[in-house]
Design a protein around this ligand. Structure first.
Ligand SMILES: [Ca+2]
Length: 203
């Protein structure tokens, strides 16, 4: 390999290691709800409970419900900062006890510190009418955040309860990994060294 091609190879290794992160499903650290009915625990939203591939069974034991109210909020903690590309939401669906429990109007806010939130946008979710049912993906603009809050503003007509079945997030870590950072810097340093040798040889 010639010196110049070694230089280019080292540059490419350095640059690609610095920009290698691929969007993937984010493992949600925890979720809290403004209220919860009975055993319809919000952890059912983040543990894959009820999902088979991309479909949710509709089983009530795999869902979350507000407690005797139709509006409220959920706060998801992703554990660290991510550039969040999208969220996929499986609404409540028709199984136990009626499709009117599905969320209709939803506002999503994002925060880096869990204290100061900025509203990202307002969305209208669709209402699944058969079991099993798929999720709905909403873009979140690669916004850097650790906390995501869902403010549930209305449902599809049920008087006492509103709920969801599962929620996922996709994105890229916004915290540089020590190893990829080190590889990137080694690659760039090697390129700089090769360039210097080439300059010296040319003298
Ligand atoms: Ca679930």
């Amino acid at each position: 390999m010639s010196r110049s091609s070694r230089f280019i190879a080292a540059m490419l290794i350095g640059a690609s290691a610095l920009a290698s992160a691929q969007a993937a499903e984010i493992a949600v650290a925890s979720v809290t709800a403004s209220s919860t009915f009975y055993t319809y625990n919000p952890v059912n939203l983040i543990n894959g409970n009820g999902l088979s591939g991309d479909l949710h069974s509709g089983n009530w034991e795999a869902k979350w419900l507000l407690n005797g109210v139709t509006t409220g909020n959920l706060t998801f903690d992703l554990g660290s900062l991510y550039k969040i590309g999208s969220t996929t939401i499986w609404n409540y669906g028709p199984g136990c006890c009626g499709e009117g429990r599905s969320v209709q109007d939803l506002s999503i806010s994002l925060s880096t510190d869990g204290v100061n939130y900025s509203e990202f946008g307002a969305f209208v979710l669709s209402k699944p009418t058969t079991d099993p049912f798929g999720g709905e993906t909403l873009g979140l603009g690669d916004t850097t955040a650790r906390f995501v809050r869902f403010d549930i503003k209305s449902n599809y007509g049920e008087a006492d309860y509103t709920g969801l079945s599962e929620v996922k997030f996709d994105g890229v870590s916004a915290v540089p990994e020590a190893s990829s950072l080190a590889y990137g810097l080694i690659g760039l340093a090697t390129a700089a060294l090769l360039q210097r040798r080439r300059n010296n040889a040319a003298r």
